[in-house]
Design a protein around this ligand. Sequence first.
Ligand SMILES: C[S@@+](CC[C@H](N)C(=O)[O-])C[C@H]1O[C@@H](n2cnc3c(N)ncnc32)[C@H](O)[C@@H]1O
Length: 315
Amino acid sequence: MQWTEVSVLTTNEAVEAVSNILQEAGASGVKIDDAADYQHLQARPDEILDLGDIPHRTTGAEVTAYYPATVFVPEILPTIKQRVNELASFGLNAAPGKVTTQAVADESWATAWQKYYHPVRITRYLTVTPSWEDYQPVQPGEQVIRLDPGMAFGTGTHPTTQLSLTALEMVVRGGERMYDVGTGSGVLSIAAKFLGVDQITAFDLDDVAVRSAKANLALNPVAADVVAKPNDLLNGIHQPVDLVVANILAEIIVPLVPQAWENLTPGGYFLTSGIIADKLETVVAAQKKQGFIIDNILQMKDWRGVIAHKPTEDE
Ligand SMILES: C[S@@+](CC[C@H](N)C(=O)[O-])C[C@H]1O[C@@H](n2cnc3c(N)ncnc32)[C@H](O)[C@@H]1O
């Protein structure tokens, strides 16, 4: 299990506000390293510790937050940066406000994450469950997607994944051919197979995600014939299908728009998610400019999903 550490270099006076911003963005824990804490210690005459022996900050403060793989950090970073910059307008000096990230793998964090990952009934017909739980469907027609997401994104519980699953359930009628762009754990491909999609090719830029998707496809016999392979968006793909689904950053959806257009049959659906609310207009504008018809905008918390289709000749 991979965690992402997000650190903000700031000042003592902004420590609380920055911690709040990081926590509101979904952090599982926050660590504060503040030079003022050490200065306070040094001021105590009875202090027996020699602070020279302890590595510590001598100026400013650093707030570090930890995000599980279920939080899509590249998407929350712009909001974090913007909110830290805005602290000045509340009279707080948060400078330099520099935000950095790095991946961390930690066994104890991994165990904690697994403890909180339980079966989730996403829709009436789709339930996602960790592969280690013996979950049995409770309603007729309920399909159970078994996942061990490992280091790939997509436990099924993130709002962007839920929006994609809902969109798939809305448009799939059975027998379609589909591309799953940015497959992560493979969750959307498995769901699509359960809903009746016939042929699926799943792509991801990240080799680790492709390996994870293959392992999850094998866990779900319904998806045994899905092909998962590394690819950057739909670069080099020139074989039209009936459905393209992508839960990916808004900035990455924009260059995907012309590729989806080229690779969709008339009447084919383009389902996009991973769009933070204030990027919705950019994504919708790019799709309309290309010629797509927007059918529905789905929303969950701060996230948006778009259901669009390529018009048929008589539309
Ligand atoms: C938000 S995750 C979505 C995972 C899964 N489809 C879901 O809905 O839960 C986005 C995925 O897109 C992949 N990705 C990012 N940029 C990409 C690109 N240019 N081409 C293909 N995949 C990409 C990432 O590696 C990641 O696995």
